[in-house]
Design a protein around this ligand. Structure first.
Ligand code: DP6
Length: 342
């Protein structure tokens, strides 16, 4: 039986950086689910045991250890997996060498296929519903993947200020959202498309003995309280202040860990400077965020799209590798593609 899902990437506004136990976050995080950056995965389940995986039709034996350790982590929840063979065919909408993390979209797409098949087997899973179970499995594959299960805005990690929030799975953001944030755009400027010098796994681990770890985790809680008011009222000025602070804090944490490291490139800083200059001159609500890499995500509401794109084309793409960027926006979440093809 073959099952196929498409699942998007997401961009965190309040960052997950640091984890404990088995993939539990050190602080709550919140993100926009994207629309264009996505992974499509088809899994062929057959009786037996083992895994193989192709990316864009090419065998990828180097991905097998990662998938196997993910399967080991989830098998206590899905013991039926031990008598199945998984043939995984996957492809990303964004180029493999774009420096865009495929773990959020990839792990969520695979988890959705597995939970879908479990349901088909009439397997009773522990979580309350399909999406909660898919978010738990996604989290066990990659923390940020837990948030890709929901369209719009998603929150992962327990916050006393948000009812229903949980370390084990993400939830769709339950608060009021001003319409301005339902049509938010994210232009991903591809500054550096190579392998990252330090992986997120190592970065998270460095938060364990980080001199500012405790302060950071309580800051993230405070930011999650603040962003709820911002999302409700559509307070763009504070949205920009808070999300840029989060982005630079993430990189500040990397620069102040032992060992320390820098993932931003000179062009990352040039873009940030240009955005800030343009914002103060034009008064357009254009801002940036960063993930754990050199690429810059330029954020703006749909109403600013025309002017923002003019500015990006005239001033920013010169800093991108081969002038490359991806135009994305807040999206509606994963989609089941085929329904139980035998
Ligand atoms: C900077 O989810 O990639 O993008 O759980 O080890 O797979 P693992 O880490 P990952 O870390 C993402 C970190 C981030 C911030 C975020 O998405 O919240």
């Amino acid at each position: 039986m073959k099952i196929s899902w498409e699942s998007p990437s997401n961009i965190a506004l309040i960052k997950y950086w640091g984890k404990k136990d088995i993939q539990l976050p050190s602080n709550p995080s919140i993100s926009f689910t994207l629309s264009e950056c996505k992974t499509t995965t088809e899994v062929h389940f057959s009786k037996g045991r083992g895994v193989n995986i192709t990316l864009d039709g090419l065998d990828k034996p180097e991905f097998i250890p990662k998938i196997e350790s993910y399967l080991e982590r989830i098998i206590h929840r899905h013991p039926w997996l031990s008598s199945y063979n998984l043939q995984i065919k996957t492809s990303n909408s964004f180029p493999h060498s774009s420096g865009i993390a495929s773990s959020a979209s990839g792990m969520s797409a695979l988890s959705l296929c597995i939970v879908d098949f479990a349901q088909k087997l009439n397997f009773k899973f522990d979580a309350l519903n399909f999406y909660q179970e898919a978010s738990i499995l996604s989290r066990l594959g990659s923390g940020s993947a837990s948030r890709s299960i929901y369209g719009g805005i998603a929150v992962w990690g327990n916050s006393p200020s948000l009812k229903g929030s949980n370390d084990e799975y993400a939830i769709k953001y339950p608060g009021l959202i001003n319409p301005i944030f339902e049509d938010y755009h994210d232009v991903v400027l591809l500054v550096d498309v190579g392998e990252k010098s330090v992986t997120s796994t190592i970065g998270h681990a460095l938060m364990n003995n980080h001199p500012f770890g405790k302060q950071r985790f309580s800051q993230a809680h405070k930011h999650l309280n603040e962003i709820q008011e911002i999302l409700k009222t559509g307070d763009i000025e504070n949205f920009i202040r808070l999300t840029e602070l989060e982005a630079l804090t993430l990189h500040g944490l990397m620069m102040s860990s032992s060992p320390n490291y820098i993932l931003m490139k000179p062009n990352t800083l040039k873009i940030i400077e240009e955005i800030r200059e343009f914002r103060s001159e034009s008064e357009l609500p254009l801002s940036f965020t960063l993930d754990a890499g050199a690429n810059v995500h330029v954020l703006f509401p749909g109403s600013a799209k025309k002017k923002a794109m003019e500015f990006i084309n005239s001033n920013l793409i010169q800093y991108c590798k081969e002038n490359r960027f991806i135009l994305d926006q807040v999206g509606s979440g994963p989609k089941r593609l085929t329904n139980f093809v035998k």
